[in-house]
Design a protein around this ligand. Structure first.
Ligand SMILES: [Zn+2]
Length: 278
């Protein structure tokens, strides 16, 4: 049994909105109020979170006041710089641009701004995961060994982020490093035979509520400790208030039967290896 409050953690999938967006929406009352760089930084030590990976939303309206991809990347870069060594950030995709323009934007994000990976959210972009549009982006990421985080929380068999589409991408790009965010939700079984890493952001509390802790533990064990990545999707949760998210994760994980060594891989080791591209 591991104490998940004190173990060193990297939250591999969470959200922060840029200061400029907060300043432009001072009366906002939704969960995004919690997606604040400075408030988050002040929580980290108490929660044992050494570092966190800021994920964009494939929605330029939330990630900059200029609503343009390069401005989004510049904002992510600035957040990373503000608290050195505490944050990573993944590059964004804006499908209003052509596929080639998206590759250029991602290249700049990685090479000029030093971002750490690419995030793709098929449901927010309205573009199927395995569509033609995304192919040059996957090819670029594979060639440069850039980790690719794929949102997959499908609600139907043909969902834009359906697990079978993730499987298609894994087959078409055999050397692509893929992190499936939200584990493919209730289509997780289709991801079992693949090589993809899975982060349990957003989905872990949903599994616990649906299956109970014991069965959730079994599902995680099926993936194996080398593929599992701790992540929460803070402050966004379908079923929890932002202030309850971390405690719920720690309580559930502390009841599972990972050894200390296994827990270390899940809590930070696996994502560190991916981000160091080693
Ligand atoms: Zn997310």
């Amino acid at each position: 049994m591991t104490d998940w409050i004190t173990i060193k953690k990297i939250d591999a999938h969470m959200h922060i909105l840029p200061d400029a967006v907060h300043e432009a929406n001072p009366d906002s009352e939704d969960v995004w109020v919690y997606a604040d760089l400075h408030k988050y930084r002040s929580m980290m030590d108490k929660l044992g979170i050494a570092k966190a990976v800021i994920m964009p939303l494939n929605d330029p309206w939330l990630m900059s006041m200029e609503f343009a991809i390069n401005a989004v990347h510049k904002n992510l870069y600035k957040m990373r710089q503000r608290y050195p060594g505490k944050f990573y950030a993944f590059a964004d995709i804006d499908t209003r641009n052509t596929s080639a323009e998206s590759v250029d934007a991602v290249r700049r994000a990685i090479q000029e701004y030093g971002l750490d990976g690419i995030k793709i959210h098929p449901n927010n972009t309205g573009v199927d995961l395995d569509s033609e549009y995304n192919r040059p982006i996957f090819a670029f990421a594979q060639e440069h060994r850039i980790p690719m985080a794929i949102h997959s929380y499908p609600n139907s068999e043909s969902d834009r982020s359906a697990a079978y589409r993730v499987v298609n991408v894994l087959e078409q790009y055999p050397n692509l490093t893929v992190i499936v965010s939200h584990m493919g939700a209730y289509q997780w079984e289709q991801l079992l035979p693949t090589r993809a890493y899975v982060d349990f952001s957003a989905i872990l509390p949903d599994y616990v509520r649906t299956y109970g802790v014991h069965k959730t533990n079994e599902i995680l064990q099926k993936f194996g400790t080398d593929r599992l990545i701790f992540a929460t999707d803070y402050p966004d949760s379908r079923i929890l208030a932002p202030t309850g998210i971390y405690n719920t994760y720690f309580e559930a994980l502390s009841q599972m039967d990972f050894t200390q060594e296994e827990a270390e891989k899940i809590s930070h080791g696996n994502i560190e290896k991916i981000l160091n591209r080693s």
